[in-house]
Write a protein that binds this ligand. Structure first.
Ligand code: ADP
Length: 450
């Protein structure tokens, strides 16, 4: 087992990893930008080291600085968290070249699930059902029209290099496609430095259902059921739950086993998430994330496992501490993402937190790097906390969430907390009756704009 792990991240996820390290008796090293000298992850880690100026390109994405930090502190492994370098093939490779363990899959696994077209090809080859669409990239409008007419409108144009809900355009007919195709390409070029796009059937009322998988790198893999992350704004998740309200045990086992077998075949190591759109009883692969997800705590809650601990174990060459038959679902869990944003426009709202009071009690988990007096820097993601509740069943989890939201106080800045209190009063949310478009429609109706 490792003696010391460096965490190449910040915020709540850095704390999450530090906590796992501490329970395992492993020393932790925090890295930080100059804007984060006072951040909680720096205070909580055993050691910390500054890796650059505020801009993430020069700090949290600075591979050379992070590798130097490992050498200086003697860290044997790096946990990348999510975002930043967590799915960066070159980083995983560079660490390996320096004899440092990347706590995550191999550079090759990151590559084959990296850009979205390669990921779809990999998924197909592994027997995973995908969304109907173009075979690979679409180079010009004539080809785009051909593909769209073949699969039928509406279609969605997606950037091969896309991520974070960006770089997608919907077209309902040929006329819209012409404009959407052109703008999608130029936006992709600007945002990702790669103008390749592809086309998929645009599903009208799907749910976003994702399967948590875990492999030991030696041909064994399990699935830990699904998460329903359909409540999204601008293709970004805001509310996640497990198990999915629409998924039966039979469906779970079927799609779960397909995913587990697929990743076992490639000797996948560590945590991964296979994302699907789910409509009328059918699953359609959209992408795989080769890392820990923001919403992993809902899976931890219902299975009673520590996914970060498992990641560290398998990275150290130990097996997983569970097999498929050990994994049984217990109750229901929900996570809400709390952002430093001002409603109704969700405009980023960094500032100084005056009061921070986290909720507690049975079945409540608050993952956040906030503290009273903390100044949230304007340079990074607006996620400032995740509130996760666990109950014996969905109604109990909902009641617990309502209660916990009532206890949570974050004063001094605007947050998305009020959104969730309002949302919980909605019969559709209470009944779990929603799809990926529900929240956008509701926000339009509620707030007039978003
Ligand atoms: P990203 O990597 O940017 O998050 P994804 O491919 O995971 O992009 O898609 C994010 C979200 O976009 C999905 O959860 C879904 O809401 C929407 N989406 C993606 N593909 C489709 C599709 N073919 N039809 C309808 N909605 C889609």
């Amino acid at each position: 087992m490792f003696d010391k792990i460096l965490i190449a991240n910040r915020g709540e996820i850095a704390l999450r990893v530090i906590r796992a390290c501490r329970e395992m008796g492993i020393a932790s090293v925090a890295v930080h930008s100059t804007a984060d000298s006072d951040a909680m992850h720096v205070r909580m880690a055993d050691e910390s080291i500054c890796i650059g100026p505020p801009s993430s390109t020069d700090s949290y994405l600075n591979k050379a600085a992070i590798i130097s930090a490992c050498e200086i502190t003697g860290a044997q492994a790096v946990h990348p968290g999510y975002g930043f370098l967590s799915e960066n093939e070159a980083f995983a490779q560079a660490l390996q070249d320096h004899g440092i363990t990347f706590i995550g899959p191999s550079a090759e696994h990151i590559r084959i699930m990296g850009d979205k077209i390669t990921a779809k090809e990999t998924a197909l080859a592994l027997g995973i059902p995908v969304v109907p669409g173009s075979e690979g990239g679409v180079a010009n409008f004539e080809d785009a029209i051909g593909v769209a007419e073949g699969i039928g409108f509406p279609v969605i144009i997606k950037a091969t290099a896309g991520g974070g809900g960006r770089g997608m355009k919907v077209a309902k007919n040929a006329q819209e496609l012409e404009i959407a195709f052109r703008t999608a390409r130029s936006e992709a070029k600007n945002a990702f430095g790669n103008d390749e796009v592809y086309i998929e059937k645009y599903l009208q009322k799907p749910r976003h259902i994702e399967i948590q998988v875990f492999g030991d790198g030696k041909g064994n893999a399990v699935h830990l059921g699904e998460r329903d992350c359909s409540l999204q704004r601008r293709h970004q998740k805001v509310f996640e739950e497990a198990p999915g309200p629409s998924i039966t045990a039979e469906m779970r086992n079927k799609i779960g086993n397909i995913c587990a077998e697929a990743v076992a075949k490639i000797n996948y190591i560590g945590a991964g998430t296979v994302e699907f759109l789910y409509e009328d009883g059918e699953f359609f692969f959209i992408e795989m994330n080769t890392r820990l997800q923001v919403e992993h705590p809902v899976t931890e809650a219902i299975f009673g496992v520590d996914l970060v601990r498992e990641q560290i174990r398998v990275a150290a060459g130990m097996g997983m501490s569970f097999t498929q038959s050990d994994l049984e679902i217990n109750g229901h869990a929900i996570e809400v993402r709390i952002n430093a944003e001002k409603l109704p426009n969700f405009s980023p709202c960094p500032g100084t937190v005056r009061v921070f009071h986290a909720p507690g009690g049975l079945g409540v988990r608050m993952d956040s790097a906030l503290y009273a007096g903390y100044s949230i820097p304007p340079y990074y993601d607006s996620l400032i906390g995740k509130l996760i509740v666990h109950g014996r069943d969905r109604p109990e989890a909902l009641a617990r969430l309502r209660r916990a939201l009532g206890e949570l106080i974050i004063d001094g800045i605007d947050t998305t907390i009020p959104l969730f209190s309002t949302l919980l009063a909605e019969p559709d949310v209470q009944n779990g009756d929603y799809n990926i478009h529900w929240l956008e429609k509701w926000l339009d109706a509620q707030l007039g704009q978003h």
